[in-house]
Design a protein around this ligand. Structure first.
Ligand code: CAA
Length: 389
């Protein structure tokens, strides 16, 4: 557990962690398996999370949020993901990929109009960057936005949009000047009620199944100029800066999944007997547990440090890309390592749908893929360290 850490936790941090823990264990954990099975969007619990301030933790109260810091966000997200990573995905996208970008790059009117409803959980936000032909190579998009008078006309297709099937507002990245490649990308805030905003089919997924994912198409979708986020050509940098924040959320999510799998494994190893003793007394199991615990604590340190770096950036303007990528890389690979070991320790019961262990294993995998694969995180870290491109 994190209680012994020398991090500057305040009473507020302890309070939000406890509130998130109580809510997650009492209201989310009991329904997680059912929503995983059905793939239904958990509207009711998400609404309650909005009431508790979890959908906009770092958003100032004047824009409908809880007005807390990045460490508070990470602590709360970790607790939610310990109960169910799918709820965590929805929370993370609302907080980091939607609200953060508008708070940082948006106008006062955009904050009032788009952040307020999303931060208070009354509306759902999404982020549409990836396309069928551009995932890791995000700068290579094809979606076009053509200026016509005081509006832009959007045409194109986005894929793998978290909350795509239910989102009320989406940050969409599109080319305004294809000649300039990534420097010709611009960001837009699109209301899902706009004619020409078309939701594609929901993706059937291995894990985080209660978080809805889909394609979105734009068919002559008219977006007023006041919905442009930042200037023309600034979109790629906005996308990257927002992903820096998002990656800290995914690191916290991976940490939560890993903790849940570890705690269940530790308990099982001290109860289950084989060959006349508790299985945790066998080196084959105890060394696994030692490695799981150590990697989790290392993930925690990287994740909390990244949260502090992001918090500091609010005053210094310094980038926190390196800390975010290292935290996401290590935490997501730890979640995979830990959940894999957890299934093995539980044996047949780890493979059974009667326990949540197999769900943790399925949910962990996405953390190595979305918001930048592990390979992209390594590329980002290596480039920043060496200066070579
Ligand atoms: N902050 C600010 N600016 C940044 C930046 C950052 N973190 N990273 C890069 N930039 C700037 C660079 O300084 C550069 O600026 P100039 O044009 O002035 O030179 C510009 O952006 C281009 O940078 P690169 O040359 O590094 O671009 P690249 O094309 O070589 O590679 C990449 C960039 C790191 C590979 C990037 O494309 C990337 O992160 N790819 C992964 C995309 C990703 O994470 N997708 C997930 C989408 S969200 C999702 O998963 C679904 C969901 O709903 C949750």
């Amino acid at each position: 557990m994190s209680e012994g850490l020398l991090f500057p936790f305040t009473e507020e941090h302890e309070m939000i962690r406890q509130t998130a823990r109580d809510f997650a264990q009492n209201e989310i954990a009991p329904i997680a398996a059912q929503f995983d099975e059905s793939g239904e969007f958990p509207s009711e619990t998400i609404r309650k999370m909005g009431e508790l301030g979890f959908m906009g933790i770092e958003v100032p109260e004047e824009y409908g949020g809880a007005g807390m810091d990045t460490l508070a966000y990470v602590l709360a997200l970790e607790e939610i993901c310990k109960a169910d990573a799918a709820h965590g995905t929805i929370m993370s996208v609302n907080n980091s990929l939607f609200c953060y970008g508008i708070l940082r790059f948006g106008t006062e009117e955009q904050k009032q109009r788009f952040v307020k409803p999303v931060a208070s959980g009354k509306a759902i936000g999404a982020y549409a960057l990836t396309e069928p032909m551009s995932g890791s190579d995000a700068g290579n998009m094809r979606t076009r936005a053509t200026r016509e008078g005081d509006k832009y006309i959007l045409n194109g297709r986005k894929s793998w949009v978290t909350s795509g099937p239910v989102a009320d507002y989406v940050v969409v990245f599109a080319l305004t000047d294809p000649e300039k490649k990534h420097r010709g990308i611009t960001a837009f805030l699109v209301d899902a009620k706009t004619p020409g905003f078309v939701r594609g089919k929901k993706e059937p997924k291995l894990g985080i199944r209660a978080s809805a994912t889909s394609e979105l198409s734009f068919e002559n979708c008219e977006v007023p100029i006041e919905n442009r986020l930042g200037d023309e050509g600034e979109g790629f940098k906005i996308a990257m800066a927002v992903l820096d924040a998002g990656r800290i959320g995914i690191a916290a999510q991976a940490l939560g999944i890993a903790e849940a799998a570890y705690e269940a494994s530790l308990q099982y190893a001290t109860e289950r007997e084989a060959f006349g003793q508790k299985i945790g007394a066998f080196q084959g199991v105890s060394f696994k547990l030692a490695d799981m615990k150590t990697r989790i604590e290392a993930s925690r340190l990287l994740t909390y440090q990244a949260a502090l770096a992001k918090e500091r950036s609010k005053t210094t303007g310094e980038r926190f890309t390196l800390q975010a990528s290292m935290a996401k890389l290590f935490s997501s690979e730890t979640a995979m390592f830990v959940t894999h070991a957890a299934v093995q320790i539980h044996g047949g019961m780890g493979y059974s749908r009667e326990l949540p262990i197999e769900r943790y294993f399925r949910d962990a995998k996405i953390t190595e893929i979305y918001e930048g694969t592990s390979e992209i995180q390594r590329l980002v870290i290596a480039r920043l360290e060496s200066g070579l491109h």
